[in-house]
Ligand binder design. Structure first.
Ligand SMILES: NC(=O)c1ccc[n+]([C@@H]2O[C@H](COP(=O)([O-])OP(=O)(O)OC[C@H]3O[C@@H](n4cnc5c(N)ncnc54)[C@H](OP(=O)(O)O)[C@@H]3O)[C@@H](O)[C@H]2O)c1
Length: 215
């Protein structure tokens, strides 16, 4: 194992988050999570530190960040994001706290149907977003506001955004690669494994790329 690291994970109880957390723990790292429903996690797991709370209730970020090496956001609440940009409001508090704590590397998972700053989606992705995926438009708009904020106001932070194309909770279909144009529909476990690798990839800093299987 490489040197033990501490991952601060938001969204650890979610579909991507549970795979990410399991992967980091199985590699011998520490994982600290903020969970509004801690009962979804096994509190006896070694190296797993659970803090109860919601990102909308001003959690003690300085305490959560103390000693962390990486910060990971796998957050989403599509119902709430229909009317409120809860992730953007949270990231706008998280980034200053990261500056105070000296923690720099931050992975944020958005979706392939969220447009990166100053770019348009392809016509195909735009059509999908506005038809079969239209109930998630609030989530995409929130993710887009996060990307704009990071791009415009947080370039001192080593952030990276994964615009994932998740589809199911099935078995692995292979190893996703970073791509500016192609997106693969992938199971949550592959997206989580990709997120885990991306955090150590300095070339991904300040990118908002998609992920795809190599052909
Ligand atoms: N699902 C997809 O097919 C898909 C596709 C492409 C991209 N994405 C993007 O990937 C990201 C994660 O998606 P996902 O499907 O893995 O997420 P998910 O299964 O919906 O899980 C979201 C996580 O965020 C947590 N959360 C939500 N509101 C919170 C709050 N107020 N305070 C603390 N935690 C909160 C949830 O906690 P609880 O367990 O308490 O609910 C859960 O752990 C999102 O940005 C989404 O847009 C998803």
């Amino acid at each position: 194992m490489n040197a033990q690291k501490t991952y601060l994970v938001f969204g650890a109880t979610g579909q991507t988050g549970k795979h990410f957390t399991a992967r980091a723990l199985s590699d011998g790292h520490r994982v600290r999570v903020l969970a509004r429903n801690p009962g979804k996690l096994d509190g006896t797991t070694p190296n797993l530190e659970i803090h109860q709370g919601s990102i909308t209730d001003s959690p003690d970020l300085d305490r959560l960040l103390d000693g962390a090496d990486f910060v990971v956001s796998l957050l989403g609440d599509a119902a709430q994001q229909k009317t409120q940009k809860i992730n953007t409001a949270f990231v706008q508090k998280l980034v200053p706290a990261m500056r105070r704590s000296g923690v720099s590397r931050f992975l944020y998972q958005a979706g392939g149907l969220s447009a990166p700053p100053n770019r348009r989606l392809s016509p195909t992705l735009w059509a999908i977003r506005n038809t079969i995926a239209r109930s998630y438009i609030g989530q995409h708009e929130d993710n887009e506001a996060v990307m704009r904020y990071l791009s415009d106001e947080a370039r001192d932070i080593e952030w990276m955004v994964h615009r994932a194309g998740i589809g199911s909770d099935g078995p692995s279909k292979g190893e996703l690669q970073r791509s500016s144009r192609a997106v693969s529909i992938a199971p949550f476990r592959d997206c989580a494994a990709y997120d885990y690798r991306l955090l150590s990839d300095a070339s991904a800093i300040h990118t908002c790329d998609l992920s795809a299987y190599r052909r």
